[in-house]
Structures are given as structure tokens and as C-alpha cells.
Design a protein. Sequence first.
Length: 389
Amino acid sequence: MKSTKLTLLVALFALFLFNSCNGDDEPIDPALLVPTPTLCDPPAFFRVSSFINNNTVRIEWDKTSGNEWEIEYGVSGFAQGNGTTIDFTATSSLINGLNSTVNYDFYIRTKCADDDYSVWVGPVSPGDELATCTGPTNVSAVRLATDATKVTVTWVGTIDGNSWQVQYGNAGFTIGSGTILASSTQSKVVPNLLATVSYDFYVRSNCDANQNSAWVGPINVASVQSIDNSPALMTATIAGVQYNTMVPYLYSVTGNDISVLNSSPTAGQFTYVQVQGVTSDIVASSHQLNLYIPSNLWSLGTYTLFDAIDFETADYCQLLLLTNYGAAEVTNNVLVAGSITITEFNVVTKRIKGTFSFRYEKSVDGVVEGEYEVTNGTFNYALDDPYFN
């Protein structure tokens, strides 16, 4: 008898050890039960036809949300997960084997990838349809040219009379952790930002108290460089002589970095930024270098230089070099070839920077002396003309 009891105890103990070591019975980390967020969009509409031949329904849905979908259906009121599921493709349309005397509920969701789905859309009964909350399109976000701490977010709404929400945060933030602002119009100015921080923006439609679209985004707004308040400075090697502190004429008196020409252009005309540097305010022994940049080229790039002749209708960069222009001798400089590279043109930080180089032919009192070069040209000026206020 004792031997039988001992054998039974050993068997029970072995069974306990087996169950304890079985991975299926190990505790589940609660974090694993949290559904993984998905950016996959659900169908924008879902329609189930009335019964066909008392046993079939036709399914119609928004096929732009993906390439594969899952449909679940069952008796009206069934708990999702306990119904019948069918994988649908864009060519699928019918569900057979039904009974028209039974009330059914149908759900659909987009299959984004293996084990990755959108939210469910439904329930829809035979002969009924459901339009989901459709998200906005053409979302953009741009810093204000006059205030880098504000961003204007705009979009095209796809719902009539309902509202929208804007969510934003530092670039890369997790959706749900950002700041959310409501808007009743299709634009929103977001204030109190940092110019030196990059932000992501999302927008969604708010169709009613219980229904929102998926978030559309991220739309990134890059940080702007710290405001450069350094004084105007141009450098260049002119005919073999290096000048490191060229500034606009009488800069110590006026304090003006640039000038704007033709600030109110008519059709077919351009506004020009003039960047000027002189080697000295003593005109009789000074070199004056003037660069003119038309408004159609106020962007990063390298552009060919032409002799200055037209500050209204010309759509190219122009150059005027005056050498000893206050002396008794008449000196003329004619551009042979050259280019200018704009490395920064920022109306937010109000700064223009770039480089330049060119060759020119010099003549004195009508006698050609030869060709000379201007190399290592640089400029760093504030866009301080009232035109940019």
C-alpha cells in the first residue's frame, strides 16, 4: 500500500514538473497584449447588398486602401473573433452560403502585411452601407516667412461641414504623445515653436464625436539656422590682391547691408537684390563690386553672371565692377565670364550668403590693359531692406 502511494506521489510530481516547464503555460507579459499601432488605412466605405437568391450578398468597398482585405461576418450582434472570416482581393465580390432568414453583421479591414491590419469597419447589415471618416489630403506645413516660431498647416478636407485636428511634436515623436489643436477651417497657424527645432505635423478629420480618420503625416518642418546677426562682409581676390573686409559703400554711416531694386515690378519684370562691396570709401582708389540677383533666382544654386544692363525685365544675375572710379583716368571693366553660387537665401532668418568668381577685361582711357580675375569671392549679408519685412 505504501509502495502504491509513493508511486502515485512520484507520478504527480513528475506531471507538475512537466506542466511547469511547458512554455505554453508560462505567464504572458501584459505589454505583449497591447495592440501594435498601424498606419494602414481602413476602407473609406463598406457596402453589403441585399440578398441575392436568398443565400448570397455582394460586397463593395474602397479598394484604394490596400491590395488585400479580411471580412468577418456572423449572426447580428456576434462577438468579433467568433465569426466567419474570408480573405478578399480586389476581384472578390460575393459571399455565398448564407440564409436570408438570418440577420447578419459584416465587418471589413485592410490587410497591410502579415499580421498587420487596419481597424475594422462595420458592422453593416445586408442592404446597408457605411462610409468611414475620410482623412484630409494635400497636407503641408510651412514656417511663416516673417516669424520662424509659427507654422501654417494647410490641407484639403474631404468632408463637408465637419472639423479637423492637428497634432505636432518634435520630429519623430510618437502619435498620441504630441500636442493636438482643433480647427474648423482647412488651415491652422501653430504658434510658440522654436526656430531651431525640427517638428512633425499630422492632420486628421473629425467626422463626429465618435469617429475620426487616420492621422495623415508626418509632414516635417525643418529647423532654421540660428539667426545670423553678423555685419555685412564680402571678401575677394581682385587682380591678385586679397581684400577681406569689403562692405557696402558708407556702411559705417548707413548700416544697410543690401538694397532692393524695382520693388514693385509689373508683369514680366523682376525685383532685384543688390549686394555691394567696396575696398574703401575713398572712391578715387577704391574697387566697387556689385552683384544683382533677380527674384526668380532667390534660391540655392549656381548661376551665370552677365554684365549689368537691365534691372527690370532681365531674369539673370548681373555684375558691375568699378575700379578706381573716382580717379581722373576713365577705367572700364567688361565681364568675360563668371558665375555666382547662392548657398543661402532665407527670408525667415533674413540672410543671403554665397560665393562668386569671374574674369574681366580692363581698359583705361580706351586702351585695353588685359584680362584680370576675381577669385575667392564670398558674401554674407542680411536681407535688411524693408522689402523683406
